[in-house]
Design a protein around this ligand. Structure first.
Ligand code: UD1
Ligand code: UDP
Length: 351
């Protein structure tokens, strides 16, 4: 079969990598990069860290308002689909790239696979919630990362199209961590040898777009009195540049490559984040995770008590962080050999 895989944002490259390797055995795969993320550290660095081949198409869409970005992507993706005539299209996660790819494929009646289906925050302030609900409902094949995601899909009448595959990011991290631990010099480069540190990331619109909200979060975290390494997402950087931030304990860096980032996660004392993918990686690497959000799509990590949700507008963030301690054990909730399971399901689709 001919398959088009559509990616555009950092976490999508990380989700595609292990699946792309497997698809090559039996199919012709065309990789399309929408260009939603374009900084070297957010895109090319990740491709090269993961040993991925260059995309067959780079649409160069870039940033913009939601409608503009999604609409521009849809037009260019439709051109590629009409030219390539794929048997199936695969989209990943819940970004505007996901939505644009899903809508373009579905209007051309090309069977659609959604990797990471069935996640819900029930928070419509998140553009991702709209993207994932629409994508799930127009996809033919829903790859659910967890049993709770499959349960949510069942509740929406989508049981017949649901496959519980496990979470694809498990494969990426398991394949790359041993080499990363050998190869990466990031702990030395950031002068973290023999030091305890927290790892912080923030990029959710409701946490970073308003400079006062962002300053309140960073001010409280600075008061923790512990070293915090903060690779700054470009969305957050834009806001920080205008905010005149003054912190003592927080070390700002550019976004790290994937290899360096997973090593930094592995060595961290705890991870503080609002990222979806990083909540999962913290769980897989058994690092205590603090999620600065009022809800999460990754319910199992909270139910297993390895992930603590803290409302970012709370005034006692430090006390809550300091009193959080996960249990000694945890259940496997994200599965194994996920890309292989996905590839087998795709192999069985009649082109
Ligand atoms: C996007 C996804 C989000 C995902 C995140 C992963 C949507 C609606 N959001 O959020 O679900 O969790 O990616 O990181 O699709 N920018 C740069 N350089 C870049 C990319 C972005 O400077 O390479 C800046 C631009 O000013 C841009 C802003 O960051 O306007 C936001 O980028 P965008 O892709 O719209 O959303 P993210 O916040 O990255
Ligand atoms: N990541 C990275 N460098 C960084 C921060 C994150 O390589 O500086 C990786 C991280 O390991 C994870 C993914 O990016 O696999 C998470 O992406 P992000 O937080 O941008 O988006 P989300 O998962 O919230 O959609």
């Amino acid at each position: 079969m001919k398959i088009i895989s559509i990616v555009g944002a950092r976490p999508q490259f990380i989700k595609l990598a292990p699946l792309s390797e497997k698809l090559h055995t039996n199919h012709q795969e065309v990789i399309v990069h929408t260009g939603q993320h374009y900084d070297f550290a957010m895109s090319q660095q990740i491709f090269s860290d993961l040993g991925m081949r260059n995309p067959d198409y780079h649409l160069g869409i870039g940033s913009g308002s939601h409608a503009q970005q999604t609409g521009d992507m849809m037009k260019s993706l439709e051109d590629v689909m009409l030219k390539e005539k794929p048997d199936i299209v695969i989209v990943f996660g819940d970004t505007n790239t996901t939505l644009a790819g899903a809508l373009a494929a579905s209007k051309l009646t090309i069977p659609l696979v959604h990797v990471e289906a069935g996640l819900r925050s029930y928070n419509k302030e998140m553009p991702e919630e709209i993207n994932r609900v629409v994508t799930d409902h127009i996809s033919e094949f829903l790859f659910a990362p967890t049993t709770s995601a499959a349960g949510l899909l069942k509740g929406e009448g989508l049981e017949d199209r649901t496959y519980i595959t496990g979470d694809i990011m498990v494969d990426t991290i398991k394949q790359n961590l041993p080499v990363a631990m050998e190869k990466s010099t990031i702990i030395h480069d950031l002068d973290l040898e023999n030091k305890e540190f927290n790892l912080l990331t923030l990029h959710r619109n409701y946490n970073v777009d308003n400079p006062q909200v962002l300053s309140n979060i960073l001010g409280q975290l600075d008061d923790l009195g512990e070293l915090i390494i903060f690779p700054v997402h470009p969305r957050t950087k834009k806001v920080l540049e205008d905010s005149g931030l003054d912190v003592k304990n927080i070390v700002l860096t550019i976004p790290l490559g994937y290899i360096d980032f997973i090593v930094t996660e592995q060595y961290s004392k705890r991870i503080i984040t609002d990222s979806g993918g990083i909540q999962k990686e913290a769980y897989i690497l058994k690092r205590p995770c603090i999620t600065l959000r009022t809800e999460t799509e990754w319910l199992e990590t909270v139910n297993e008590k390895w992930n603590l949700l803290i409302n970012p507008s709370d005034k006692d963030i430090c006390d809550k962080i300091l009193s959080f301690s996960p249990p000694k054990t945890q259940k496997d909730v994200f599965g194994t050999d996920v890309s292989l399971k996905m590839a087998r399901i795709i192999d069985s689709i009649k082109g």
